[in-house]
Design a protein around this ligand. Sequence first.
Ligand SMILES: NC(=O)c1ccc[n+]([C@@H]2O[C@H](COP(=O)([O-])OP(=O)(O)OC[C@H]3O[C@@H](n4cnc5c(N)ncnc54)[C@H](OP(=O)(O)O)[C@@H]3O)[C@@H](O)[C@H]2O)c1
Length: 427
Amino acid sequence: MSILVTGGTGTLGRVVVPELRDTGADVRVLSHRRSGSGIVTGDLVARAGLPAALRGVHTVVHLATTGNARDIRAMANLTSAASAAGVRHLIYLSIVGVDAVPLPYYRAKLECERQLQSAGLPWTVLRATQFHDLVWQIFAAQRRSPWLFVPDIPIQPVDTSVVAARLVQLAAEPPAGRVADLGGPRVQRLLDLAHDFLAATGRPGRRIVQTRLPGRIFAAYAAGGHLAPGEAAVGTPDFADFCARRTRAQEPAAPLPGAAPGARRQDRHPGATSRTHQEQQASGPRSAYPGDFLGMPSLDYAPRPDGRPDPGEIVWTWVPFEEDHTRGKDRPVLLVGRDGPWLLAVPLTSKDHDRDAAQEHTAGREWVDVGSGGWDTAGRPSEARVDRIVRVDPTAVRREGAVLGRHTFAQVAAAIRGRVTEGTSLE
Ligand SMILES: NC(=O)c1ccc[n+]([C@@H]2O[C@H](COP(=O)([O-])OP(=O)(O)OC[C@H]3O[C@@H](n4cnc5c(N)ncnc54)[C@H](OP(=O)(O)O)[C@@H]3O)[C@@H](O)[C@H]2O)c1
């Protein structure tokens, strides 16, 4: 399937594009300022280059934004060009609360939603809460001020990896109209996130000054018009996790195994704007990955509501690729035990491997159904890969996750033991 991603060079787009390519889709990116491999040059506002960009495209994932009311013109130009090109599905990312918070940008986004709904194209609209990157930018923009000015409002920021995963799923499905909103794992005070930011950036003593936004806007935020507490992506990275990863990205870190002397490990958050796909793939825990766990692990069901990740819980974390441990990606895992300072985990997928079970078995991969839960915001059933046990850096997973039922955990544990006893790939 051919997919055009507008805004594919942006904060979210840089995370979405490689994820879409991983599904095997033919993905091209629209940019009004860049050119290069996989990029088509075109301007949504000036309506330049759109017929060529849309030729043969089945699905458009529309992430481009001008940050102002010119988005309305961009949407009008995109929908008319997409209709002319015979596009079958246009997916638009909007913001939770565009109809509740009276910001001019939100009004423009709401108008874009309306335009899309009346354009005659099959469509899907997903509204997400603020990205972690945006919260970070709000604080980082005040770097030179002795004080940090922060309005006392609630916020529910979400990780771009989570939004990307949802968009990839929507692109694989038929047009669905307005789908359920997507929010971060929990609602917090922006003031508390400011403390996380100051701690992460090494200035915990800096003074935070509470501010007020203009009347109606503040009232709308204070009333939570921009929140989606019922649609929280439970168990996904929160802002403290984001800060930890973002800060680590700026520290000198351990060299990659086999890297040239002086080479520095790339360890930036997937949403970091200046990051290439290859750099994203190269992120991971600060200490060098000692390799997958081999042999019989001690499997232990011990989920505890103690704020920390424990065996029996499903968390999102960085998982190295099997063939190259210096590269990897964020994904959900089931924690199954411990090995010294490391947590042990089996990777999860929402792909249905019942369909290609024979092929997977031949490749040495075995999957066990674990059902659905808060770790997958789309509520898709997941499968656990029981022939590979990865080590997880507990400091890269700072909080507890969704708890898997004891019975299902026992099934996974039995399958792991069976694999080890059989003397297959765990040895
Ligand atoms: N940031 C948040 O917290 C948040 C929350 C919920 C929803 N959203 C929505 O998510 C989407 C992506 O946000 P983001 O933060 O990733 O945006 P971003 O980083 O600001 O990126 C904006 C993108 O738009 C493209 N663009 C700008 N003007 C263009 C034009 N005239 N023609 C073609 N492309 C143009 C830019 O590409 P080039 O410069 O390469 O052309 C860039 O890739 C937006 O629709 C936003 O409203 C954002």
